[in-house]
Design a protein around this ligand. Structure first.
Ligand SMILES: Cc1cc2nc3c(=O)[nH]c(=O)nc-3n(C[C@H](O)[C@H](O)[C@H](O)COP(=O)(O)O)c2cc1C
Length: 324
């Protein structure tokens, strides 16, 4: 099954979730080269986008260097700045724009954006309409089941969003008040699938082929979106695409090929952010790779102070001898 958004084919329908501080351009490129139907940027605050801060603009960059659609996610609470920011990111090359109505963080919901928009559907609709009217690229929406158990309004909001021109809806199977607790309720996503005719994508706790298959069966969704499951395993989306949709099997690197890949990711982060910031931000990815792959020297990688020292540790931890 393939999801079509205008000329874009999201094939396989296995999508990388937006994650603030994680799905930056270097990580999206890493996931994209193994294979995914779509990769989504971390959220970009619309207000900050309009101030033209270089670090915010960098989040909205989407040139993957591959023939794969890249989506930029915007967060905000007011229609006009959201529409203006949407125009800016489309001009920068975003091929799809996603609206964040799922983020539970107090910093975000306190500003009445993210999942807080689900508490005020009339206002949310005005914001969606402003964005769809402002750009020619497809606009998608990411939401939760609702604010809390008493107000599970995802299906109703999805129906209205479709009417306002939204082309695909991703639903994280938790309410905002659940934050990340418990288990995502994939069967609750079915109500949204049945409410709209645009593709609905299931999200939450999907980490491998088995959970992806279970999420699709429970929800009836057209595809899955994977977030935390891709940390330290940028090949996981391609593995799911292969198992469920017959896409090409990813070649998961081992030994020196693995240490080359991780070094490449590391150096891409240094180039993207500049030395000091890159060195610091790359640590969490190195930690995830080490955790996933059971590699040694994790603690040393976390405190190493120079790129040369980190690269030597990557070779020692993940390379041929380490694998032997
Ligand atoms: C560290 C972190 C950052 C996130 N940032 C965003 C974000 O910027 N925008 C968004 O819509 N969701 C964000 N999310 C939510 C994820 O997109 C996803 O909905 C959630 O993690 C559930 O999927 P998963 O179980 O596959 O991780 C974030 C989640 C995490 C863990």
């Amino acid at each position: 099954m393939t999801i079509h958004l205008d000329d874009h084919r999201l094939d396989p329908p296995v999508l990388l979730a937006p994650m603030a501080g994680i799905t930056d351009l270097p990580f999206r490129r890493m996931v994209a080269r193994f294979g995914a139907g779509l990769v989504v940027s971390e959220m970009v605050a619309s207000g900050e986008m309009l101030t033209a801060k270089p670090s915010v603009r960098a989040k909205a960059r989407s040139e993957l260097g591959l023939d794969l659609p890249s989506s930029v996610q915007l967060a905000g609470r007011e229609a006009r700045p959201m529409a203006e920011a949407a125009k800016m990111v489309a001009d920068m090359g975003a091929r799809i724009i996603d609206i964040n109505m799922g983020c539970p963080a107090k910093k975000v919901t306190g500003g009445a954006s993210g999942a807080a928009l689900m508490r005020d559907p009339d206002h949310a609709l005005r914001l969606i309409e402003a964005v769809t009217a402002a750009v020619d690229v497809p606009v998608t929406l990411k939401m939760r089941l609702g604010w809390d158990d008493e107000s599970r309004n995802a299906a109703d909001l999805a129906r209205r969003a479709e009417g306002a021109g939204v082309r695909m809806i991703v639903v994280h199977g938790r309410t905002r008040m659940q934050f990340y607790q418990g288990q995502a309720d994939w069967s609750a996503i079915r109500e949204v699938v049945e409410a709209v005719s645009v593709p609905v994508v299931a999200n939450g706790d999907i980490t491998d082929a088995a959970s992806a298959r279970a999420a699709l069966a429970a929800s009836g969704a057209a595809g899955v979106m994977v977030g935390r499951g891709a940390q330290g395993a940028p090949w996981v989306l391609a593995e799911i695409g292969h198992a469920l949709h017959g896409g090409p099997a990813p070649r998961i690197p081992r030994g020196n090929e693995l240490s080359d890949l991780i070094s490449e990711h590391y150096e891409a982060m240094l180039r993207f952010y500049g030395g000091d910031v890159g060195l610091r931000l790359a640590r969490k990815h190195l930690g995830w790779y080490a955790d996933r792959l059971g590699a040694p020297l994790r603690a040393e990688m976390m405190v190493a102070q120079s790129p040369e020292a980190v690269l030597a540790l990557i070779r020692a931890a993940f390379g041929e001898r380490a694998a032997a």
